[in-house]
Design a protein around this ligand. Structure first.
Ligand SMILES: [Zn+2]
Ligand SMILES: [Zn+2]
Length: 131
């Protein structure tokens, strides 16, 4: 599938990436720089990180939103997109994420568990019959 690179607008082909190979590698390099910098300076502000690593603020925020950084600059103000609670990673807080997942996952899981228990009993019965 052909698409335009979000960074340089060049046409490239890849099933999932939003960046061409060149920009993807540059982005990866930037990510490593930011990650290493924060390991050495865990109390740095996001502006400091940007100046010292020469990575754009916008890009740093993107890394944070993607949840790829384990250490984030101390003054980053991320908010849950649903309830506006302060968060340190991703787009929604853990409470909202649990609610979102709960709504979608729970009914399906229950059904599957009941089904598997029933079929296992049935299977054991069949084994007994065979002996
Ligand atoms: Zn590109
Ligand atoms: Zn929330």
């Amino acid at each position: 599938m052909l698409r335009n690179c979000e960074e340089c607008n060049r046409v490239f082909s890849h099933p999932t990436r939003r960046l061409c190979v060149d920009c993807f590698e540059k982005r990866q390099e930037a990510f490593n720089k930011v990650k290493d910098y924060l390991k050495e300076h865990p109390n740095a502000s996001v502006a400091q990180v940007s100046v010292d690593t020469e990575v754009e603020l916008e890009t740093i925020y993107e890394f944070i939103r993607e949840g790829r950084l384990t250490i984030i600059p101390r003054d980053v103000d991320l908010r849950c997109e649903i309830c506006d609670a302060p968060i340190s990673v991703g787009r929604v807080c853990s409470k909202c994420r649990a609610e979102l997942q709960g709504e979608k996952v729970r009914p399906v899981q229950q059904k599957r568990e009941q089904g598997s228990t029933a079929s296992r009993v049935h299977y054991l019965d069949r084994i007994r019959d065979r002996r």
